[in-house]
Design a binder for this molecule. Structure first.
Ligand SMILES: Cc1ncc(COP(=O)(O)O)c(C=O)c1O
Length: 435
């Protein structure tokens, strides 16, 4: 047997392994867990992972390049840069705004960035990590997205950027926020970690910001285990992101390439001696946030399923929304933002003020019935231990953000949920309120 035969045999066995290792299980309501999210995968995903392992490229390589190309095409943007998580994507994107290559548009220490406190910590932690000052504005209920009315009121001479996530896949009011940024010369970073495939005005979220970020952690719309991406239509910004991701290097050669510019040993850089090898010239304080080629291979395979995943998420959302519609007197539901078609991340339920139940009691009831629940991440980030005492501005009380912290939970809509699971979710929520 030659290598190709052996490889084909391995891949054939992977398929058999998948079928016998991951058979669909029986569902027993109240006993089988109903997670909020999870990996949805098939034999093709495992096969491509094994193929990448057999190639033994290990570091970012051909599959990473293939994924970046596919993802950029899907998003209809010119640049996608893979990183090892959504958090890294946010870190790189916000760090990029401090690049000296941006000249007068580069953010300086102490500049202000408008954001919200009802969300995921690593949307905002890179603001602090870059010596910038987050300015927290309140969200609207029940979209839990920024209230655009609040933006003008918090603008200051130091405001330079807006960083916002599309909460649970429901797009924020892109039209208002985009115009606000354009009219005030502010950068816009869209955190689309929970909103891959969401549409606003029939355009994908992630195509409005100067930079947009994605997560491919298993809870998200597609997975590669750990993974994330930054997309941008600005080629100079893409090079800055690449540099920060790849140790801060100045050179644009990919791994395996050498002397693309033809001036590798013929330039002056900083105070280094003339002709210092460009491969070892650093124009940013960088990181190494690349993925392995095995992760990227899984991403390539998952991309094929993305349209089906998005469709299922929308269907599951609608199914829960219709099934629970008669509980509007006690629960506050979230509908799609005007002009948008969300690719939902989860199904939010807010306990109505004055409702006879508390959020914690409902969570307890669902969890006892094996239904996974989540809060809206950090609730009110300003009140989190890590964020207390850090330099930030809260111009007005975050009343609705506190509502999120106290009264909101969400349950899953991910494509791994079956009809029986969704029925169990509806019955369990209903039985809690209606007995
Ligand atoms: C809105 C948002 N941003 C960023 C992240 C971070 O992504 P990762 O877990 O890939 O670091 C998450 C994670 O769920 C998220 O929900």
């Amino acid at each position: 047997m030659d290598c190709t035969d052996i490889r084909n045999r391995i891949l054939e066995m992977v398929k058999q392994y998948y079928l016998s290792s991951f058979p669909p299980g029986d569902f027993i309501p109240g006993k089988t867990p109903v997670p909020v999210s999870g990996r949805v995968f098939d034999d093709e995903d495992i096969s491509l992972l094994v193929e990448a392992s057999l190639d033994f490229w290990l570091t970012s390589g051909p599959y990473a390049e293939r994924f970046e190309k596919k993802f950029a095409e899907y998003m209809a943007v010119s640049n996608c840069l893979l990183v090892n998580s959504g958090s890294s994507a946010n870190l790189v994107a916000i760090s990029a705004l401090r690049s000296p290559r941006l000249g007068s548009r580069s953010l300086k220490e102490g500049d202000e960035v408008i954001t919200v406190a009802a969300g995921f910590p690593t949307t905002v932690s890179p603001i602090y990590q870059n010596g910038l000052v987050p300015v927290y504005v309140d969200v609207s209920i029940p979209s839990y997205n920024v209230d655009p009315e609040n933006l003008e009121k918090v603008l200051s001479p130091r405001t330079r950027a807006v960083v916002l996530a599309h909460t649970l896949g429901n797009p924020f009011n892109v039209e208002r926020i985009y115009s606000f940024c354009r009219d005030n010369g502010l950068w816009l970073v869209e955190d689309c970690c929970d909103a891959l495939g969401s549409l606003y005005n029939s355009k994908k979220t992630g195509t409005f910001g100067d930079l947009s970020t994605f997560s491919f952690y298993p809870a998200h719309h597609i997975t590669m285990g750990e993974g994330g991406a930054v997309v941008t239509d600005d080629p100079e910004m893409a090079e800055i992101v690449r540099s920060i991701r790849d140790w801060g290097r100045d050179c644009r050669c990919r791994p395996g390439q050498s002397n693309l510019c033809g001036k590798r040993f013929g330039q002056q850089h900083g105070d280094l001696p003339f002709g210092y090898d460009h491969k070892y010239v650093y124009s940013h304080m960088g990181y190494n946030l690349k993925v392995t080629d095995m992760q990227a291979a899984v991403g390539c395979s998952q991309m094929k399923k993305l349209p089906m995943f998005i469709k299922k998420r929308r269907e599951n959302y609608s199914f829960l929304r219709e099934g629970l519609a008669d509980l509007e007197d006690v629960l506050l539901f979230t509908d799609a933002e005007r002009r948008s078609e969300p690719s939902w991340f989860g199904f939010p339920m807010g306990l109505r003020e004055g409702s006879y139940s508390s959020r914690n009691a409902l969570v307890d009831h669902l969890e006892k019935n094996r239904i996974g629940t989540r809060l809206l991440f950090g609730g009110n980030l300003v009140k989190q231990p890590a964020f207390m005492g850090q330099v930030h501005r809260v111009p007005r009380e975050l009343v609705n953000t506190d509502y999120v912290m106290n009264n909101l939970l969400w349950i899953g809509v991910y494509p791994g949920l079956t009809r029986e699971m969704l029925d169990h979710m509806i019955n369990t929520v209903r039985s809690y309120f209606r007995g």
